[in-house]
Design a protein around this ligand. Structure first.
Ligand code: HEC
Length: 397
């Protein structure tokens, strides 16, 4: 509850804000807005004094986007990155950091600082804060150095990390070859999507809700842009939800291109152009265009087991036991799945009729070599089939 005085004060504050907005010239106005936002606690993780310093002309920073984003992690950049800055950073690093991180950043008592992502935030402002304020409850203490020195340290740390490009290239090579099978059972079992996003709305329930918890209400303000992949010449509307499987993002680009991107870097792994008929209506001319599309769907085609598997109950002499009418259950015996173990789907338990059970809708979701099937039935000895192969069509380009 606001007291009378409190109400009067906040009314005055609103009035002052309005006057400030009207009276001051534009270059000052956005700065005043940033200051007001900061005073209201709406810009987290940066002190007002620092904001003021970075808003000064000549600071090299451009903070106006803070009015929309309220996010210093997305706005602040390291502007101390000249060779001289890196040199100064190197000297500081040797005296302040090398005892734990090694002079070349390869790590020792502290973690390696090259060839990996920073767990405490990758953006320039996040690394600045890590260096300046340290990491609570670890030996990484605060370094209350002048502002420029902290930026120079960061510039040096980035400069010794030349691994980014090579890592990207290896990842591209190895992942490019990888296939992305998605067993139907897995798709059907998803309630809230996790690391993978496998259907247009995340799950067949279409909740669009993610089970991931690393980004939450408390830290969503720190989320910053990591990469952009420009869809070249895509003039038609893009209405796609990218599908993500094992760190690879699949996305369509109108009218008929499918792209696989490395989800951590945005690097293109491959592109596939499908030839569509020239009579396809265009979205800018036709209301019922098929040019805009909803993206890709992933699954591995199921390999139907044909002809139907027939299991016959026999006695020790090899004669059919026609009186047997129990249930027979079938399962994979030897799992020949090449990339992942295969899963058997279809009706896996059937009742025998006249001593014979027929499984007519079985399928296996993974290509493989040397699969066997085993059958069991209560009161009878089980049996195993001869081995067979499930051969793959080319799953992806
Ligand atoms: C006394 C040892 C010690 C010193 C000195 C030290 N660090 Fe660290 N540093 C650590 C440890 C330990 C961690 C890992 C903390 C954790 O996340 O558990 C760390 C983490 C970091 C990280 C974050 C890595 C990440 O994953 O986000 C950066 C960046 C970093 N240090 C830079 C520096 C710089 C620059 C200096 C010198 C100004 C420095 N450190 C000095 C021990 C040290």
């Amino acid at each position: 509850m606001l007291t009378k005085r409190g109400k009067r004060l906040s009314a005055v504050a609103v009035l002052v804000a309005a006057l400030v907005a009207i009276m001051i010239p534009a270059p000052l106005r956005w700065r005043a807005e940033v200051v007001l936002l900061s005073l209201a606690g709406r810009i987290p993780d940066i002190e007002l004094t620092q904001l003021l310093a970075y808003m000064r002309p000549g600071s090299g920073q451009w903070l106006r986007p803070l009015i929309e984003t309220h996010n210093p992690y997305a706005v602040l950049r390291n502007v101390k990155t000249t060779p001289a800055d890196i040199q100064a950073g190197a000297t500081l690093f040797r005296s302040q950091c090398a005892e734990c991180h090694a002079p070349d950043g390869s790590g020792g008592r502290g973690p390696r600082l090259i060839g990996r992502q920073f767990t405490h935030g990758e953006s320039d402002w996040a690394v600045y804060r890590t260096i300046r304020f340290g990491i609570p409850n670890t030996t990484m203490g605060p370094h209350p150095l002048p502002d420029t020195a902290v930026w120079q340290l960061e510039a040096f740390v980035r400069s010794i990390d030349t691994s980014g490009s090579t890592l990207g290239a290896t990842a591209r090579g190895s992942r490019g070859a990888a296939r992305v099978p998605v067993p139907y059972d897995e798709l059907a079992a998803i309630r809230n999507a996790g690391e993978d996003w496998l259907t247009y709305s995340g799950s067949y329930g279409s909740s669009r809700h993610s089970a991931l918890s690393q980004i939450n209400r408390g830290n969503v303000g720190h989320v910053a842009l990591r990469w952009i992949h420009q869809l070249e010449g895509a003039t038609d509307c893009v209405e796609v939800s990218p599908v993500v499987r094992k760190g690879i993002m699949f996305v369509t680009q109108p009218p008929s291109r499918v792209l696989a991107l490395d989800a951590t870097t945005g690097t293109e792994i491959w592109a596939y152009d499908h030839q569509v008929s020239r009579t396809v209506p265009r979205s800018d001319v036709d209301d019922f265009s098929v040019v805009a599309n909803r993206g890709v769907a992933v699954t591995l085609p199921l390999f139907a087991i044909q002809p139907p598997v027939e299991v016959v109950a026999v006695d020790t002499a090899g004669n059919t036991v026609t009186s047997f009418t129990g249930f027979v259950t079938i399962a994979i015996g030897k799992n020949g799945g090449l990339l992942f173990p295969g899963t058997l789907s279809g009706t896996k338990t059937v009742a025998a009729v006249n001593g014979s059970a027929t499984f007519s809708d079985l399928s296996i979701d993974q290509p493989g070599i040397g699969y066997t099937l085993v059958v069991t039935a209560s009161s009878l000895t089980g049996a195993e089939s001869a081995s067979f192969n499930v051969l793959t069509p080319s799953v992806l380009p």
